[in-house]
Design a protein. Structure first.
Length: 197
């Protein structure tokens, strides 16, 4: 169930985003229609959560850095239903809040890298364990997503692909690495494909 602020703002976000960036969308059929889920994927730019809001009709409760809950951005991120997280510590309260939201039927959006991968030495940075932990605790499926390309105004340069849902076993370290490997492999495949064209 989308809150009123989200219901009013999302059509504007969607319209403007599609007008400016013309995203390509793959695998949208992998997003469940009758149950909640966790979206987890790579982080390329600050526009990534905006794209997810534009592409996915369900309200997404993102885990967002707590500094966004101050000043001019505070009413926006709160209105969009974001969950504050202190990235300087292992923020157990943020994880508990996300788990509580999942138990109430919410959709959670998370970037397991914890920050934007700026160095690009590896396809992804090491994943934090929060995504698989909340999925296992609440018996909620993870929908991995992969963002490739670049945000180019009025050009179709950015692509998002939703992969098949994952059910998470109690072996969280293994599941976390498998999630990272799946997303990293897809990124490598897309990069090799773009280089050959």
């Amino acid at each position: 169930m989308n809150n009123l602020f989200y219901t009013l703002v999302r059509p504007l976000v969607k319209g403007l985003f599609f007008l400016l960036f013309r995203p390509r969308i793959k695998g949208k059929e992998n997003i469940p229609k009758d149950e909640n889920y966790i979206l987890a994927g790579n982080h390329t730019k600050w526009l990534d959560p905006v794209m997810l809001v534009a592409v996915v009709k369900d309200q997404i409760h993102f885990l967002a850095k707590d500094s966004l809950f101050k000043g001019i951005t505070k009413p926006i991120v709160k209105g969009m239903g974001a969950i504050p997280v202190n990235r300087k510590i292992h923020d157990h309260q943020a994880l508990e809040n996300a788990i509580l939201a999942l138990k109430k039927g919410a959709v959670i959006g998370i970037f397991p890298e914890g920050t934007i991968n700026r160095e690009k030495k590896e396809p992804t940075l090491p994943f934090k364990i929060g995504a698989v932990k909340m999925a296992n605790t609440t018996n909620t499926k993870i929908i991995p997503f992969v963002i490739t390309g670049k945000y180019k105004v009025f050009l179709s340069g950015i692509t998002i692909e939703f992969l098949k849902p994952r059910t998470i076993s109690p072996d969280l370290d293994l599941e976390n690495e498998k999630l990272r490997e799946e997303i990293s492999k897809k990124l490598e495949e897309e990069y090799e494909c773009s280089q050959s064209n």
